[in-house]
Design a protein around this ligand. Structure first.
Ligand code: FEC
Length: 314
């Protein structure tokens, strides 16, 4: 008999429309509604990127669909059927909705994976905690992929993304070693450092592996998209980094946001609008690597790590 394996594919989530931004923001703030000013500022950012369309939703839908197809292709001769369910952190269908849907479909064995390659207790850790709690309540036996930041195919596809944009700069007249590559990821509160969290080390490992593979002579890591809260967040922020690079007379900057896998607000606004504008003011050239979205190479990474997890399941 064919065994159905549920795969809970977890992602950040985005509002369904501009009218839902307040509920979404309140959820991110753990039930505390934003002030009118904070809400306007966030709505303005969404309007600036898309004028009312939320690209993360469609990108996540495509990733989930493509992963299900890839898993069923890669399963080999085994009598398994993979069924993917979406579970979002801050929007519908929530992580708990995804687990409940699996249980209702009679699934008892499942794997959870987050569409973010690096583990932090404050990011991937919280997705897993919520999914695990719901799975226990629903009687689903779940195991989780915690990170896949050094998967060789991930390093390969990301280094090809870096090389492609460096080649464009070279065609435009830059010398390869004049191009500064800025690897980046979402900042987190500085207190993760005292917790021994692996997030920073994992991001540095990915950055170094890509730089080595792509033969990047000049690179550094910087943070982006820090939350609007009173506590200190990991820095330097990319905007400050750009100001520093301008003092060093760096002319060509290539942004590689390796902590993210989709086009969404933190890429399309924070990099494509905000950082691009600062770079223009500083008279620097600024471009970024293309997001993975549902690139078959990324789907292959996800399929591989999910299948490894299935192989370990009792
Ligand atoms: O396109 C979209 O609609 C969603 C874009 C989006 C992604 C994303 C990814 C991560 N976040 C992470 C951590 C935090 C922490 C806080 C926080 C706050 C926000 C706010 C918005 C937002 N995040 Fe986000 N994040 C995205 C969007 N994020 C909007 C609220 C306004 C603001 O501060 O800018 C602070 C929460 C708090 O108040 O305590 C912490 C991490 C990731 C990458 C991993 C992942 O995808 O889960 C880490 C995409």
């Amino acid at each position: 008999m064919t065994t159905k394996i549920g795969v809970l594919v977890m992602s950040y989530g985005t509002p369904e429309s501009l009218d839902n931004v307040e509920a979404y923001y309140t959820h991110i703030r753990r039930g505390n509604a934003p002030s009118a000013e904070q809400l306007k500022e966030l709505k303005d950012r969404y309007e600036a990127i898309v004028g009312g369309v939320f690209p993360l939703r469609e990108n996540t839908d495509r990733q989930v669909e493509a992963l299900e197809a890839k898993l069923n292709e890669d399963k080999g001769g085994r009598d398994l059927e993979f069924v993917c369910y979406q579970g979002l952190k801050h929007a519908r269908p929530f992580i708990e909705d995804g687990v409940e849907a699996m249980a209702k479909a009679g699934i008892t064995q499942a794997v959870g994976i987050v569409l973010a390659p690096h583990y932090s207790v404050m990011s991937v850790g919280t997705y897993i905690k919520r999914a695990q709690a719901k799975a226990e309540e629903c009687g689903v036996n779940m195991s989780f992929v915690e990170s896949y930041h050094m998967h060789p195919e991930l390093i390969d596809v990301l280094s090809r993304r870096v090389t492609a944009k460096m080649d464009q700069y070279v065609e435009a007249g830059a010398a390869r070693d004049e191009i500064r590559v800025l690897f980046s990821a979402h900042s987190l509160p500085e207190r993760i450092l005292a917790m021994g969290d692996p997030y920073v080390d994992q991001l540095m490992e990915t950055s170094k592996a890509i730089a080595d593979k792509a033969g990047v002579a000049s690179w550094q890591f910087t943070w982006q998209s820090a939350g609007r809260t009173a506590e200190p967040w990991l820095g330097p922020d990319i905007l400050d980094t750009l100001r520093d690079l301008s003092k060093e007379q760096v002319e060509y900057v290539l942004s590689a946001p390796i902590g993210f896998v989709s086009d969404h607000l933190e890429v399309l606004y924070d990099l494509d609008i905000e950082a691009t504008a600062i770079a223009a003011e500083l008279d620097m050239r600024f471009t970024r690597t293309e997001s993975l979205n549902s690139d078959p190479a990324y789907m292959s990474v996800l399929s591989d790590v999910v299948l490894s997890q299935v192989n370990q399941m009792k």
